[in-house]
Design a binder for this molecule. Structure first.
Ligand SMILES: [Zn+2]
Length: 259
């Protein structure tokens, strides 16, 4: 049986039998896949830590008739700083659950991988929860090519200035004054939407190897925070409904606040 190497982020792991752990991993090369780490409960096992959720590593695998077997690994990032922050952990958990539930197994998605990696790096910083959740949802929409329209009316196609009049889940984004009867949104929320879009777009485009660029995006996100908590919360919930409707029914149920 052949051996191979993948780069991946652990999404979830379960005990398999008494000493083995089966992990679900989002890999760059093969998309979402499962792997078994044997004997990880032993103190001397070199595989300890490899299958902790959110760990990013280089995984050496041996093909097997069941799930492939993890033989060795090298840590890329264990995200200890992130795990110390409950709100960051909640946001990372949301992203991990999204990939677990909504991304099909075995289909690589490099853009989404880069995005997940960058978000995890960003979550080492203390970023306001509503804002990072909005950036995450926006990034997922962009990665899947389903981002809502923000600059033109989703109903009639006319240009929108100063934020438009509303937000229509069914028509797919911002709607103008003439079309936007019923679904109102705060004016401040729109400028936040533009900022979230810009930040998420940047996070999708960073090269895999350039980890330090993620720090620059922390600064971009801190400028978003000036949009205000209320606008952020309103925009985030509008975006959540959009995601439920267009992307993954029940996406908003994946969201759990840490406190
Ligand atoms: Zn219109």
């Amino acid at each position: 049986m052949a051996n191979y190497t993948v780069t991946g982020i652990v999404l979830d792991s379960d005990l398999k039998g008494e000493r083995d752990v089966e992990a679900e991993v989002f890999t760059l090369e093969r998309g979402k896949m499962r792997m078994t780490a044997r004997g990880t409960k032993k103190l001397e096992s070199t595989l300890r830590g490899s299958v902790e959720p959110l760990t990013e590593g280089l995984f050496f695998l041996a093909e097997s008739r069941g799930t492939d077997i993890l033989t060795e690994w090298e840590a890329i990032n264990c995200h200890f700083e992130l795990k110390k922050k409950p709100e960051s952990l909640a946001a990372a958990g949301f992203l991990a659950r999204y990939v677990t539930k909504a991304v099909p197994a075995g289909s690589p998605d490099q853009r989404l991988y880069v995005f997940v990696k960058n978000i995890l790096n960003l979550l080492h910083f203390s970023i306001q929860h509503d804002i990072i959740m909005t950036v995450i949802k926006w990034g997922i929409l962009l990665a899947s090519g389903q981002a809502p329209e923000m600059d033109v009316c989703a109903e009639c196609g006319s240009g929108i200035k100063n934020g438009g009049a509303g937000w229509s889940v069914e028509s797919g984004g911002t709607v103008c004054g003439a079309c936007g009867v019923g679904s109102r949104m705060m004016p401040g929320a729109m400028s936040f939407g533009t900022g979230a879009r810009t930040a998420a777009k940047g996070l999708l485009e960073i090269e895999i190897e350039s980890g330090e660029k993620a720090a620059a995006h922390a600064a971009a996100i801190s400028t978003l925070e000036k949009a205000g908590t209320r606008a952020a919360a309103e925009f985030s919930s509008a975006l959540g409904r959009f995601c439920d409707y267009h992307l993954y029914d029940g996406m908003s149920k994946l969201e759990m606040r840490a406190r």
